[in-house]
Design a protein. Structure first.
Length: 147
């Protein structure tokens, strides 16, 4: 007859697994017992869009047709990302063909590449441009020197 395949190490590992399993089951039972009844799990929202556990007192009725879902329509006069902007060229490397424009309104730095310029540009010039989202931030397109 052959020897038993169960060694001391295997027995110890099996004991540890069984102990872990029992401990996990005990913790699960404790969580179930301590959870109790937490109510109906209803969340209320006030007129400002903040969530609360308690219902608002004497809140005004909101009509479903007045609720806007999605992006609100633009109003006249709102600035768009593609609108023509003005700025000053703060840095321009002529040999490499790139630079940066500082926006007049926001003070934001916008990347400028020679391929997007309609005419030759230099540092310190006032330019008009449009912006698009580039791989590392906003990039200027349709750059024209202001006269």
């Amino acid at each position: 007859m052959g020897k038993s395949q169960e060694t001391f190490g295997k027995k110890e590992r099996e004991k540890k697994r069984a102990k872990k399993k029992e401990e996990k089951a005990r913790r699960k039972e404790e969580r179930k017992a301590n959870s109790g009844d937490k109510g109906d799990n209803i969340t209320y929202m006030d007129v400002y869009g903040n969530f609360h556990d308690t219902p608002p007192e004497a809140a005004e009725k909101v009509k479903a047709k007045n609720i806007e879902i999605g992006i609100p329509e633009r109003q006249a006069g709102e600035e768009d990302e593609d609108d023509v902007r003005k700025g000053t060229i703060t840095f321009y490397n002529d040999s490499k063909g790139f630079g940066f424009i500082k926006d007049k309104k926001t003070g934001q730095s916008v990347f400028l590449h020679i391929n997007q310029c309609k005419e030759e540009v230099k540092e310190g010039q006032l330019v008009t441009y449009e912006t698009v989202k580039g791989p590392k931030g906003p990039s200027a397109i349709n750059v024209e020197v202001q006269r």
